[in-house]
Design a protein around this ligand. Structure first.
Ligand SMILES: *[C@@H]1O[C@H](CO)[C@@H](O)[C@H](O)[C@H]1NC(C)=O
Ligand SMILES: *[C@@H]1O[C@H](CO)[C@@H](O)[C@H](O)[C@H]1NC(C)=O
Ligand SMILES: *[C@@H]1O[C@H](CO)[C@@H](O)[C@H](O)[C@H]1NC(C)=O
Length: 486
């Protein structure tokens, strides 16, 4: 069906006849500059603990090769940002004879092994540390780095259990109070800085950034009922820990490794937390990380304004939901591009339960199922908007655009939520809007439960200073235009 429409578009393009159907035009605005794209990514953590030895998965997520998985032919996503989760769990007793308190509802796959076993020695070479822990997640990190992932963040969901008041790395007993013992603020920083230092000297991994908190203002990290590692931090505690982390990194020579904070759940919490940190703590942050769990709500624009006024970078460092059609992902990602302007965007778990995973998987059973349409939807963005490109303005709420100055290539990603229609892309604001008659390559994915999966077409051509394509409903397309000069 779509192929037929594609042919129709080709014929119309060649004749340069404007189709007689309702259409819309967006004017791509090259004068905007929302920064240089740093990359797409995923957090490792649970899926990498479960499947960290599978090189085919590394090829799928961290290259742009074509890879076959269980009979599915997948275009590699080329992710280059990874977040490695510093674990908080271990089975040893502490020097007082106490053991970790385990929430009855936590799945083993969500317990990440800690490297620091007890407080008796900060020396990483001593028997207080176990560097063989967490082998699978670490292996996937190294497979990713070997394939070109170049931005690696170390993040913590909870301090190691023995640093916590209730010895439970799923959170304090109420969830509303700090669980990191007040005398262990520096120990939490020492833990993360020591992993970063060890990674540089033993694993060949240089962390770009270290993040000590995960959704710290939340009150849902409740130890007794928790299903994952998590910990509440008051903003005042964050203000204490951030400078300690900065100085522990610096003390180990990791002056180029930045501190990221605070990975709040929503845009609005990120605004209030960033605003409430002490001046010293704010000064020690190199980047603001925010999660996308406010979806269509919240003041992305305020966060962007505050963070850019402070001269910091901004990432959407965690996003996920259970909509395998890709509709929510497209909708929220475009809102991020239009209002938040992050320079990197990180999906939470690329393998996960149906809907949440780009590829369905069961971490505890160790089984991998099928990719969802959401996988291919993300490919429409991640394979084309690449590190180093300048983020410009797509000119509408259904279009995003980026420009590769060295290749003189313009990338446009657009979605049509309406009934089938022609969408026109006006390039008249460019100094050189491509070459009249030249091919515009396009790729298309059907948002939904079936249909086109990143299907490529060579049927679209520049006509003067514009080009157009016929979009079925709920189709997302990516276009690459050559020989464009801003
Ligand atoms: C396109 O044009 C129609 C008619 O003017 C309008 O209702 C619709 O919202 C426009 N936008 C998109 C994205 O289709
Ligand atoms: C750390 O521990 C190792 C192994 O016990 C030892 O060789 C080294 O000297 C210690 N380093 C410091 C700074 O104490
Ligand atoms: C489109 O053309 C490009 C450049 O000639 C080529 O590399 C690509 O394979 C073609 N794609 C399709 C779907 O024909």
């Amino acid at each position: 069906m779509m192929h037929f429409r594609g042919l129709l578009t080709l014929v119309m393009s060649l004749l340069a006849v404007r189709p007689v159907v309702a259409d819309n035009t967006t004017i791509i605005n090259p004068s905007a500059n929302f920064g240089t794209w740093e990359g797409w990514g995923t957090s490792l953590a649970w899926w990498a603990k479960a499947f960290g030895t599978q090189t085919a998965l590394a090829d799928i997520f961290f290259t742009r090769n074509t890879v076959t998985l269980n009979g599915h032919v997948l275009p590699g996503l080329g992710l280059s940002v990874i977040r490695y989760n510093a674990g908080a769990s271990s089975t040893n007793k502490d020097p007082d004879g106490d053991s970790m308190v385990v929430s009855p509802d936590i799945k083993p796959s969500r317990q990440i092994d800690a490297y620091w076993l007890d407080w008796t020695n900060t020396n990483a070479s001593s028997s207080s540390w176990s560097w063989t822990a967490d082998a699978n997640q670490r292996n996937m990190m190294q497979l990713a780095v070997a394939r070109g992932a170049n931005l690696v963040e170390l993040f913590s969901n909870s301090p190691v259990w023995w640093m916590c008041y209730n010895l439970n790395p799923s959170g304090s007993t109420s969830g509303a109070t700090d669980n990191l013992e007040s005398w262990n603020y520096d120990q939490h920083a020492v833990y993360l800085a020591t992993i970063a230092s060890w990674a540089a000297t033993h694993w060949g991994v240089t962390f770009t950034s270290v993040e000590a908190f995960n959704e710290p203002s939340a009150t849902y990290w409740v130890g007794p009922t928790g299903t994952q590692e998590g910990c509440h931090f008051d903003v005042s505690t964050m203000s204490s820990v951030i400078p300690l982390l900065r100085s522990e990194l610096t003390a180990r020579g990791l002056t180029n490794t930045i501190v990221a904070a605070s990975d709040e759940e929503t845009y609005d919490l990120a605004v209030s937390t960033f605003g409430a940190l002490t001046t010293t703590a704010r000064g020690d942050i190199g980047r603001v990380n925010v999660h996308g769990y406010q979806y269509g709500g919240g003041r992305r624009d305020t966060l962007f304004a505050d963070v850019s006024a402070a001269g910091k970078k901004l990432w959407n460092s965690e996003y996920g939901e259970g909509d395998g059609t890709g509709a929510q992902l497209v909708s929220n990602l475009i809102l991020d591009f239009v209002w938040l302007h992050p320079t990197a965007w990180v999906y939470w778990q690329v393998l996960d339960v149906s809907g949440w995973g780009l590829i369905t998987a069961d971490n505890d059973a160790g089984t991998i199922g099928a990719p969802s349409q959401k996988y291919f939807v993300l490919a429409q963005f991640a394979r084309h908007i690449r590190p180093g490109m300048r983020l410009i303005d797509g000119g509408s709420d259904y279009t995003v655009s980026a420009y590769d100055a060295s290749a003189k290539k313009l990338v446009i990603v657009a979605v049509n939520w309406n009934a089938a229609q022609i969408l026109n892309f006006d390039l008249s604001k460019f100094t050189t809007p491509g070459v009249n008659g030249a091919l515009v390559q396009r790729w298309a994915t059907q948002i939904g439960t079936s249909g086109m999966q990143y299907t490529a077409f060579n049927d679209t051509f520049i006509s003067g200073t514009k080009f157009w394509s016929n979009f079925a409903q709920n189709v997302i397309m990516t276009f690459e235009v050559s020989n464009v000069v801003i």
